[in-house]
Design a protein around this ligand. Structure first.
Ligand code: MBD
Ligand code: FE
Length: 285
């Protein structure tokens, strides 16, 4: 079958199905949570729900609307999107509170491992006519003791100017705007990339239905996604943002932190330059 569709033909249920399949593949090995912990957490989740039902005197019609919506979340494959937009930020906070090094934030639903390696001074894979502002991104990866981490791996992924992630919308090259960079012996990297645009989560699926029904908005500020890793150190999952973005203050995914701001400097050649250093925590014993 030939597929002449473009990214503008993207459907929430198609990107949802892709994100669900990618998560299922990653999660193949069952995780064994101790019975007492399953019981304690499940009981507290239900107790929280009962409080909400009582507080708001939830009707049967509302209960049935919820039931229909939850079924649709599954049908649209939007559990990864729903959980990462509205829940992951709290899990991220709990699990990184001990860190001394760089702040991180949520991963979101569209990471793909093993993007093509570009070296320490490389280009983010993109189309010849990729729309958007060219941006050079340099920085250094160190450990919390200040030592440079040569051979650290910086994985970068982002949506294109139209708000689509490769592998989750039709018509895009497989690794478009996804790259892996490995730092030089000073821990440095220098990436010829692209400045991202504000991003709207898919609106034509179950998550969009919730947003419309509640009168919320569906925007995230422009962001780069990153994973930074080095042997003997904790994996840093982060996003970087841009000052002045209208959605820095009301990100639908609650994932903006003041420590994660870039500061683009226009260059004579028309590119913008940004610098950002990453400090990794040594792995806990
Ligand atoms: C995204 O691009 C994203 O970064 C998050 C957190 C949720 C949905 C889409
Ligand atoms: Fe994103």
């Amino acid at each position: 079958m030939t597929d002449n569709r473009t990214e503008f033909d993207a459907k929430a249920a198609e990107s949802g199905a892709g994100a669900t399949a990618a998560f299922a593949a990653k999660q193949k090995a069952a995780i064994d949570v101790p019975q007492e912990r399953v019981s304690a957490i499940a009981k507290d989740v239900l107790t929280g729900l009962f409080e909400v039902i009582n507080k708001h005197q939830v009707t049967y019609a509302e209960y049935d609307a919820l039931k229909a919506w939850l079924i649709k979340v599954g049908e649209d494959g939007e559990w990864p999107l729903f959980l990462d937009v509205w829940v992951e930020h709290e899990v991220e906070q709990v699990n990184t509170a001990h860190r001394q090094g760089s702040k991180g934030t949520i991963e979101g639903p569209y990471y793909v491992p093993n993007a093509p390696e570009q070296g320490a001074n490389g280009s983010l894979p993109m189309r010849d006519d990729e729309p958007g502002q060219k941006m050079n991104f340099t920085g250094q990866v160190t450990s919390t003791d200040g030592s440079a981490l040569g051979g650290a791996v910086v994985e970068l992924w982002q949506a294109d100017a139209n708000g689509f992630y490769s592998q989750y919308a039709p018509g895009l090259p497989e690794w478009n705007l996804r790259g892996t960079f490995t730092t030089d012996d000073q821990g440095r990297f220098d990436i010829a990339g692209l400045q991202p645009a504000p991003y709207q989560i898919p609106t034509d699926g179950a998550c969009g239905q919730l947003i419309a029904a509640a009168g919320w908005h569906s925007w995230r500020p422009a962001h780069l996604h990153l994973k930074v890793s080095a042997p003997g150190h904790e994996l840093l999952t982060a996003q970087l943002y841009f000052p002045g973005d209208p959605h820095n203050e009301d990100d639908i995914a609650s994932a903006v932190k003041p420590e994660l701001m870039l500061n683009p400097q226009p260059q004579p050649d028309g590119t913008n330059k940004v610098e950002y250093d990453f400090v990794l925590d040594p792995a806990q014993a």
